[in-house]
Design a protein around this ligand. Structure first.
Ligand SMILES: NC(=O)c1ccc[n+]([C@@H]2O[C@H](COP(=O)([O-])OP(=O)(O)OC[C@H]3O[C@@H](n4cnc5c(N)ncnc54)[C@H](OP(=O)(O)O)[C@@H]3O)[C@@H](O)[C@H]2O)c1
Length: 326
């Protein structure tokens, strides 16, 4: 089968088309004939050598795919050959065939094509578990999502707005801010021209927001704490600006703040299966009704994965970049 491998840590040019044997599904796994594979920022980090696959995972990049089940492994009863699915995987998505644990597969939502379906798993699993589980966002609360136009951001905006929360986002241009507002954000804050702490203060009449989903890490830590309301939660899911920063603990005590975070990839199949069940119950109806949708910015053929990474690193995109295989 055709795959794209990381020949060595480096720039987009290290993404190299190659031939490999089709993998075998083990017990509890399915073999997927891949139609499309989503590209995510963690793939870029893996390519640079900064995010190695967890033990036992494929060394190939690619954390999500859509396609048709070719074969099921021993003990799989919920799926069979021919089913159209999308799946969260711990690696191996940049390939014509990919193996996925059965609990991490979900049906392609009615009304969506394979390209849209491939753009769902990584950001929907991540947003669900960090915004609604870890971050405990409730209807009527306010949230600030950094990187509103990212794959994660465009998902978080729609899910939080659908859940009845007021959403603010930061983004790097006025055009991106407008795109986020069209998706349901009450206000986009252009972080290049406006201080987001001050903007949040004005937008919330001095109260602050209940939840911040952060992707920048260190350089935003203190400003994030200052932008939170009493009882506010800061959830770290990305450290694009660095991981170590001083913290003034008085801010936590004075306003009963919570700082937490998580990464999805190393979590167990069982935990990911639990998230998949929640998505199927609570989010699949929204996807099938068109209330929320994956935002696909551009598709490129699998062989052009290097170009897809260049595009992602340019930050020109709004939403997701998807590799097409079939
Ligand atoms: N913890 C987890 O389980 C998990 C899972 C998936 C993703 N993530 C993380 O979530 C983040 C978003 O991932 P994604 O796949 O959605 O990526 P993405 O679409 O490439 O989004 C990254 C966003 O970051 C912004 N950005 C880039 N460089 C920046 C900088 N120097 N300063 C400020 N903003 C910058 C860009 O928008 P602007 O033009 O507005 O700057 C871009 O929209 C990444 O940090 C990724 O590692 C975490």
């Amino acid at each position: 089968m055709l795959v794209v491998e990381i020949s060595q840590p480096g720039g987009p040019e290290v993404l190299t088309p190659a031939e490999r044997p089709i993998p075998e599904p083990g017990p509890g796994e399915v073999l997927i004939r891949v139609a499309a594979a989503g590209v995510n920022r963690p793939d870029v980090m893996q390519r640079k050598g900064a995010y190695p696959p967890p033990p036992g995972a494929s060394d190939l990049p690619g954390l999500e795919v859509s396609g048709v089940i070719e074969r099921v492994g021993a003990g799989v009863t919920e799926w069979r050959g021919g089913d159209a699915i999308c799946a969260l995987v711990a690696g191996g998505g940049y390939a014509e065939y990919c193996v996925a644990p059965s609990p991490q597969c979900l049906p392609v939502p009615r009304g969506l094509d394979m390209i849209a379906a491939a753009a769902i798993p990584e950001t929907f699993f991540t947003v669900w578990t960090n915004v609604f589980e870890g971050g405990r966002l409730q209807a009527g609360e306010t949230a600030l999502f950094h990187g509103g136009s990212s794959g994660i951001g465009t998902t978080a905006i729609q899910l939080a707005a659908a859940a009845g929360s007021v959403v603010y986002v930061t983004a790097g241009s006025d055009a991106k801010c407008r795109a986020c507002e069209e998706l349901g954000a009450t206000k986009g804050i252009n972080y290049r021209t406006v201080d987001f702490v001050e903007a949040v203060r004005l937008l919330t009449n001095g109260r602050g927001v209940d939840l911040i989903l952060d992707i920048m890490g260190a350089p935003y830590l203190d400003r994030n704490l200052r932008a939170l309301a009493m009882g506010g939660r800061l959830v770290e899911i990305g450290l694009m600006g660095g991981s170590e920063a001083p913290i003034d603990l008085r801010r936590l005590l004075a306003r009963r703040l919570t700082v937490t975070g998580s990464t999805l990839r190393p979590r167990s199949v069982e935990e990911k299966g639990t998230i998949a069940d929640a998505l199927r119950q609570q989010v699949w109806p929204l996807l099938e009704a068109g209330t929320v949708k994956p935002i696909v910015y551009r598709t490129l053929p699998l062989r052009s994965a290097a170009e897809a990474h260049r595009l992602m690193e340019s930050s020109e995109h709004i939403g997701k970049i998807v590799l097409t295989v079939l």
